[in-house]
Design a protein around this ligand. Structure first.
Ligand code: PLP
Length: 227
């Protein structure tokens, strides 16, 4: 087995073990391989090893890969500048990092309708003192409603990038906040399909799974460290 396929197998095993411990169905936990800064050859290798979903942060770095490997499913997970929304809207299947109505409106207006709705996650700031990106949890509800009204968007849930923490209980807290925010929005709005929690990276994905993650975003543990 190549490096990448054995690393993928190792992560899938860790997902299964964690799901056993917290009595979850592993089929509910989707693995997003974060390929930012990595060459397309490695993405293709992962795809051949059965990995379907890939995440990218930087549009210019991502476009040759999304165009070169159209059979994969592409997720945009980085900061979104207004002047990049057209390309993001038309070269990705999911966007995890929507944090304003303005960006949501542009993504909807600029997405080609024949592509079907773009799946949108709202990025939430769950550890306020440390973060710059994402909306406060109490603002996520109104953005979710706004996204639900946009013709070419499908509101699918929430995403967060918590500050790193060495303390296990502090590490868990932001994931719990995201889950409770999702539950509140789902119950309040009745938006069908508002179910996803994109949370957990190489260093903390097992904790995120025990708190309900449905997408874990893994870069380093699959592709190695980034320069
Ligand atoms: C880079 C990145 C990841 C992957 O991080 P690793 O620690 O390498 O697994 C996940 N999510 C986002 C938003 C990122 O920017």
């Amino acid at each position: 087995m190549s490096d990448i396929s054995s690393r993928l197998a190792d992560i899938r095993k860790r997902i299964e073990t964690t799901c056993q411990h917290c009595a979850r169905d592993p089929a509910e936990v989707h693995l997003l391989a974060v390929s930012k800064t990595k060459p397309i050859s490695l993405v293709e290798e992962a795809h051949r090893a059965g990995q379907q979903d890939f995440g990218e942060n930087y549009l210019q770095d991502a476009l040759p890969k999304t165009q070169g490997l159209a059979s994969a499913t592409w997720h945009f997970i980085g900061a979104i500048q207004s002047n990049k929304t057209r390309e993001i809207a038309n070269h990705f299947d999911w966007v995890h990092s929507v944090s304003s109505e303005k960006i949501a409106r542009r993504l909807s207006e600029q997405r080609a309708p024949e592509l079907g709705p773009l799946k949108v996650l709202i990025q939430v700031n769950t550890s306020q003192e440390h973060q710059k990106s994402g909306v406060n949890p109490d603002k996520a509800l109104s953005i979710a409603r706004f996204v639900a009204e946009q013709q070419n968007l499908e509101p699918a849930g929430l995403m967060t990038i918590p500050a790193a923490s060495a303390d296990a209980e502090l590490q868990r807290q932001p994931f719990r906040v995201l889950r409770e925010t999702r539950d509140h929005i789902r119950d309040t709005t009745g938006i069908e399909g508002f179910q996803h929690l994109s949370m957990g990276m190489t260093g903390d994905f097992e904790v995120a799974i025990t708190e309900g993650a449905t997408w874990i975003r893994i870069g380093t543990a699959i592709f190695g460290s980034r320069s």
